[in-house]
Design a binder for this molecule. Structure first.
Ligand SMILES: [Zn+2]
Ligand SMILES: [Zn+2]
Length: 302
């Protein structure tokens, strides 16, 4: 099961009733954070989730509303005597930007591992999931992310018997381990059926609609996408500032046939996103206006 929480839903600046856009996931004892603007740690506290299992923090880009909360969060983690390494992932310039922010958080009791994204897309395998960064189109270098969890096929005892695989190796093979034994080398595919549908989450913010989004979003159980403007007359503004309208986000969700889409990263001037959702759902019925603290448990089918 993958726990997903949209910690905040605001763009540009935090408001009294709206934190900045950030996403947190929990899977198998390890937590991931994407973006960390001013106030993100308050949003985590408000949700009641813990900082301790956060072992990866990813950044879409280095505008203040997506990274200015980092030094404070690092200090909080340090004050909790964290000693485990923390991995940071982000566009080119990651170490330079974080080092500059760390002038106010210089001494930390844990190491930071920097993984700078190279090229148009890059995949990172860790903690039992696959994280893929893909380039999007904003006024600075910016990436979207997909998080995927694979699911192996069902155990097929008949298949194992036909291949004369000794019973004592079945459970290891079933859990995905390759077994080198006196009788030979056995691989999991010898006892498992075809892979089953896993889980997929996509997060894109601060971008125009792009082919990279169209390519990476299909198959998502949940697609969290920026919607800076709900007003139809702001389409030109969205283009100019490299953001999206609700309707552009809905078109992407519709095209990709995702299961559900949440909008986020609202302009501070947009006080009631819900009022536009009727129009948005005409394009894509499974659309929701994201709200601070909105969460979902993504589960394997059946
Ligand atoms: Zn932003
Ligand atoms: Zn931005």
């Amino acid at each position: 099961m993958l726990d997903v929480c949209l910690l905040g839903s605001g763009g540009m600046m935090p408001l009294p009733y709206r934190y900045l856009t950030a996403l947190m996931t929990r899977f198998n004892g390890s937590s991931l954070l994407i973006d960390c603007g001013e106030g993100t740690q308050v949003a985590v506290k408000e949700k009641g989730w813990s900082f301790k299992p956060i072992d990866v923090i990813c950044f879409t880009h280095y505008h203040g509303d997506h990274i200015s909360g980092l030094p404070g969060l690092l200090l909080t983690m340090g004050n909790a005597d964290r000693s485990e390494p923390l991995t940071l992932i982000g566009p080119k310039g990651l170490e330079r930007v974080v080092t500059a922010l760390r002038v106010i958080a210089p001494e930390l009791p844990f190491p930071i591992v920097y993984r700078e994204i190279e090229g148009a897309e890059q995949t990172f395998e860790m903690n039992g999931y696959r994280l893929k960064a893909f380039r999007v189109n904003h006024n600075v270098l910016c990436y979207g992310y997909t998080l995927e969890i694979d699911r192996a096929g069902k155990f097929d005892a008949q298949k194992a018997k036909e291949r004369n695989i000794p019973l004592k190796y079945w459970s290891r093979l079933q859990s995905g381990e390759e077994v080198k034994a006196e009788e030979g080398v056995f691989t999991p595919d010898m006892v498992l059926g075809p892979p089953r549908k896993g889980l997929k989450l996509t997060y894109t913010t601060d971008t125009r609609p792009t082919d990279s989004i169209r390519k990476n979003v299909p198959g998502s159980d949940l697609f969290i996408c920026e919607g800076m403007y709900g007003e139809k007359d702001k389409a030109a503004k969205a283009k100019e500032y490299k953001h999206m309208t609700f309707y552009e986000a809905a078109e992407l969700a519709k095209e990709a046939q995702v299961k559900e889409m949440w909008l986020t990263h609202y302009s501070p001037s947009l006080t009631r996103p819900e009022q536009y959702m009727g129009e948005v759902r005409k394009i894509f019925p499974q659309a929701k206006a994201g709200k601070d603290g909105m969460s979902a448990e993504l589960k394997f089918e059946d």
